[in-house]
Design a protein around this ligand. Structure first.
Ligand code: C2E
Ligand code: MG
Ligand code: MG
Length: 647
């Protein structure tokens, strides 16, 4: 109830935005008022001056003084108000108190003047126009809260009325205003009040509308600049702000882009769930923002963050953040990796700078002792190569610069070749022969790996077909697939189509999928593997034992061949545990009805050991390196590749 009353009289609590809106509305209104009044008063002064000089309508000195004074006062008030309003509207710093004082002074002067002129002239011609004009100007064009408006209007009408009353004299007797004038004045008073109140409520509703719009605008702006999960800035903001910083004329030479990655975040997410993962991201984001305060920081994507800083001691800061994060790591070894890039003077593109910092960061991914790496000339060469690979994979495939090499797979039972693994090589005019270690990761990172794999599948099928046409006996070839192949294209459909195109039975093509691909298994990958299996393809588990989740993978999927990672052979002969582990893996694969295959066999001792423990197949330099088809055929023809000579 009290609040309703306060609202009616305009004394409810107003937000700073609404107060500012009213203030600005008044200043804008006073511009029009002040211009009209200044022009009017100037005209009045000139008119009076010309009358005085021309001797028309001669008056007493007092008359002139009082009139010049009044006109001058009104003119000065109007000019002062005008100057203030122009400064305010141009966005110059203006004292609000001065604004309020001017508004009040202007209002009082206008009304007093209106009252004085109208009272003075009333007796002559009953004119009230000046008073009414001033009333409309000062009480209705300017916005007053209802209670203040009521006060101003009532007091000014009261003064006008009583002054008038005492001025109307007939035969030295005050007779006061007529009833008609009283009624007219009463109606005018009411009308002026209504005008003032309605002006107030219109301005108020406009102010509220604007305030809501402004709030919506602000929140939209915040959303567009902030990362939803962590609340720190997003990349859109980072990009535009860093662009400004880079284009500053005297930018610091120490300016560096940092790319920060939480190491093992994926495992943390898998172990502790998304909620905990999100909490970790938030914590990291806020640590980065606060420890790099004064710098620009943002979430890049997933568990990646970027910073643009002049802090040359960034390495210490990263280590201190890593220490804090490790407090939450539980069973997962968390750490931070950071790549730094110092842009050259003429470089203004934050996108490229972040990409280079990221490249530096990725380069130390598997170096456990390193937490920070600055982008240098060695990385620059690798960076260029990476871009070269991404930009040239299509033409390399088209021009036959991708070649398929074959490495034989030997049966330990018979010592004979039982199959081949297809491995790609890239022959490049500029960089010479490139091994998969150079281009596979790059193609995966840039989601182009399916182009290579499709090409290899097609080449392998063409080679098998050519071989069959010669009437020679064919052995199956296994191809390596990336996890991304299942996302980036319909690889299962492609394999079937290609086999059909070359008229080849599926028994000639086996599929190798690495263990690491399966550790972050998606529904799509899962269903694709099942489909391949249903279609009758043999699925091999590649690089078994190279990741963390080898046994889980065996639990969740069925494989025909288990390819044991070559790192198990490293300690053979020196480390007793190695032989024990290998024995157990081989026996486990038998129990799970899988053929075991060990890769990377380089010595006769290794081969003998593997044969003795019952490992069904072997592959390695001992028999042959991966070689081109013709070289392989020659080696087979000459009987160079068998296990017999190795036993
Ligand atoms: P992988 O499938 O485990 O292939 C075996 C790798 O071990 C090959 O390396 C092979 O040359 C090497 N290797 C074989 N025997 C020995 C040995 O006795 N000693 C040593 N030290 N190494 C041996 P490569 O050809 O460099 O391929 C590396 C990896 O790249 C492959 O590992 C495979 O995962 C991937 N890869 C190769 N070609 C392709 C391809 O066309 N597509 C996809 N998605 N991946 C491919
Ligand atoms: Mg393989
Ligand atoms: Mg392998």
């Amino acid at each position: 109830m009290k609040e309703k009353l306060l609202k009616i009289i305009g004394l409810e609590k107003k937000t700073p935005y609404i107060r500012d809106f009213f203030f600005a509305a008044n200043i804008r209104a006073s511009i029009y008022m002040s211009v009209i009044i200044a022009a009017l008063e100037l005209w009045m002064i000139i008119r009076l001056l010309s009358r005085q000089l021309n001797g028309i309508d001669i008056r007493s000195t007092d008359y002139y003084i009082s009139h010049y004074f009044n006109y001058g006062l009104l003119l000065s008030a109007a000019v002062a108000m005008f100057i203030y309003a122009v400064f305010f509207i141009k966005g110059k710093k203006c004292s609000k108190i001065l604004g309020y004082l001017l508004k009040w002074a202007f209002m009082i002067i206008c009304l007093s003047f209106g009252i004085e002129i109208s009272v003075a002239d009333y007796s002559r011609s009953e004119q009230v126009f000046t008073f009414l004009t001033m009333e409309l100007f000062a009480a209705c064009l300017l916005t007053w809260t209802p209670i203040v408006g009521f006060f101003i209007i009532t007091v000014s009408y009261g003064i006008f009325y009583f002054s008038l009353d005492s001025t109307i004299v007939i035969n030295s007797q005050i007779i006061g205003t007529t009833d008609a004038t009283k009624i007219n004045l009463f109606i005018m008073w009411i009308a002026t009040l209504f005008c003032s109140f309605s002006n107030y409520s219109r301005t108020m509703s406009q102010a509220k509308k604007d305030e809501n719009l402004e709030a919506a605008n602000r929140s939209l702006h915040t959303i567009s600049e902030k990362d939803e999960l962590t609340g720190i800035h997003n990349m859109m903001y980072f990009r535009s702000e860093s662009e400004k910083k880079l284009s500053e004329e005297n930018r610091s030479a120490d300016l560096r882009f940092l790319f920060i990655d939480i190491e093992n975040f994926k495992s943390y997410n898998e172990t502790y769930g998304f909620h905990k993962g999100n909490e970790l991201l938030k914590k990291t984001a806020h640590l980065i923002e606060s420890r790099f305060s004064g710098s620009l920081s943002a979430r890049f994507s997933d568990d990646h963050f970027v910073v643009l800083t002049e802090n040359t001691g960034y390495q210490r800061v990263i280590d201190s953040i890593a220490d804090e994060i490790k407090q939450d790591q539980g069973d997962v070894q968390l750490n931070l990796k950071c790549g730094a890039y110092r842009p050259k003077d003429d470089e203004n593109d934050p996108g490229i700078a972040c990409d280079r910092a990221r490249f530096a960061c990725t380069s130390i991914k598997k170096h456990y002792s390193l937490s920070c790496k600055e982008y240098d000339t060695v990385l620059e060469d690798r960076y260029r190569l990476k871009h070269y690979i991404v930009n040239n994979i299509d033409s390399a495939a088209e021009n036959g610069n991708i070649r398929v090499f074959y490495q034989p797979i030997i049966s330990t039972d018979t010592g004979e070749i039982v199959g081949f693994e297809a491995l790609s090589r890239w022959y490049d005019e500029k960089f010479g022969m490139m091994f998969p270690a150079v281009f596979i990761d790059v193609l995966e990172e840039h989601r182009q790996i399916h182009k290579l794999d499709k090409y290899v599948i097609e080449r392998v099928c063409a080679d098998i077909q050519a071989e069959r046409e010669t009437g020679n006996e064919c052995r199956p070839v296994s191809v390596n697939l990336s996890r991304l192949d299942f996302e980036l294209c319909d690889i299962v459909g492609f394999i079937c189509e290609t086999l059909e195109k070359y008229g080849i039975d599926k028994k000639y093509l086996d599929i190798e999928i690495t263990e690491s691909a399966l550790s972050s298994c998606s529904d799509l990958l899962n269903s694709s593997i099942n489909k391949l299996r249903e279609l009758g393809f043999k699925i091999w588990l590649d690089d078994f034992g190279s990741g963390y989740s080898s046994l889980n993978v065996l639990k969740d999927f069925r494989f025909d061949v288990l390819k044991i990672d070559m790192k198990f052979l490293d300690g053979l002969g020196t480390n007793k545990n190695t032989s024990l582990i290998l024995e157990n893996i081989v026996s486990l694969s038998k129990q799970l009805d899988m053929v075991s295959l060990t890769e990377g066999v380089e010595t006769p001792d290794q081969y003998k050991f593997l044969k003795d423990i019952g490992c069904g197949r072997v592959q390695g330099y001992l028999f042959s390196k991966p070689v081109p088809k013709n070289e392989l055929k020659e080696k087979i023809r000459t009987g160079e590749i068998t296990a017999h000579g190795q036993i």
